[in-house]
Structures are given as C-alpha cells and as structure tokens.
Design a protein around this ligand. Structure first.
Ligand code: CMP
Length: 139
C-alpha cells in the first residue's frame, strides 16, 4: 500500500500498465530526471480515465491540473486550430502546465476511444517534494 491508495488497472495487467507508464515518463524530455524510486510512487498514484472519440483531454489556454500517459488509443495535438501531430500509446503529455505553471499550450483530442492514465498536480508535487527532501537527507 502506498500513500495515495495504489494503481487500479482495468483491462490489462497491472505490471504491463506500470511498465508502459514508466517508459512513457522516461521518454518525456521534461520528466525523465525523476529518480526511479520516486517514479514508482508516481506510477502507483495514477488512475485510468476512458475518453470517447472526439472528446477533449486538454484544452489550450486552460489551467492544467493533470499529467497524463496514453495507454491505448490515438490522440491529436492542435494549436491555434492547426494540427501539430498525433500521440500514440506510451506517450506522456500535459507536463508543461504542471511543471511550469503555465496555461495549456495545446489542445489534445481523442481521435478514437482512448485509455489514459492521469496524475493530479497535488500528488505530483507531493512526490517531487518528497524526492527533493529524500535527496537532501542522503547528503
Ligand atoms: P501542456 O501544455 O500541459 O498541455 C498540452 C500538451 O500537449 C503539452 O503540455 C505537451 O505535453 C503537448 N504538446 C505541446 N506541444 C506539442 C507539440 N508540438 N507536439 C506534441 N505534443 C505537444
């Protein structure tokens, strides 16, 4: 049991889900400095949301309160009405508003039904502070 209740997986094994989330975070240029033991806490605190075709996951210009990992499905990234690209499973996104306290820089929309894991800002910050505190205590 971890402090926020643990990861709940719906459709596929918890181990596979954890690996997918872990790899997605490690592949994100803004997130991959997280230490492995604290990465595990982040993964354990995520929960799954299902978005239907056409639904917006993120809306450009709004405040952001979640970091996301796409586990299954397909997303598109849109900025000022222009398509910037697609996201495939194993992608972490929504990190910019969380890390830099800025407004969402783009809209992210489900092209097909998508299974997305979310981590709320408060939990993310709690884990990052624990990471920093643990690092200080080691030295
Ligand atoms: P954030 O700004 O919080 O919310 C929108 C997200 O879309 C952003 O974080 C990134 O994760 C992602 N994003 C922004 N710009 C691009 C881009 N050019 N290509 C792919 N993903 C992007």
């Amino acid at each position: 049991e971890n402090f926020c209740g643990g990861l709940r997986a719906a459709n596929f094994s918890i181990a596979n889900t954890k690996k997918l989330i872990n790899d997605a975070i490690m592949n994100n240029d803004f997130l991959n400095k997280v230490e492995p033991q604290h990465m595990r806490e982040m993964v354990d605190c995520m929960y799954e949301k299902v978005y239907t075709e056409g639904q917006l996951v993120i809306q450009e210009g709004e405040p952001g309160n979640y970091l996301y990992v796409l586990a299954d499905g397909l997303l598109e990234v849109i900025q000022n009405g222009k398509l910037l690209g697609e996201m495939r499973p194993g992608t972490a996104f929504g990190e910019l508003a969380i890390l830099y306290n800025c407004k969402r820089t783009a809209t992210v929309k489900a092209v097909s039904q998508s299974h997305i894991w979310a981590l709320d800002r408060q939990t993310f910050q709690t884990i990052m502070m624990r990471t920093t505190k643990a690092r200080h205590e080691e030295t």
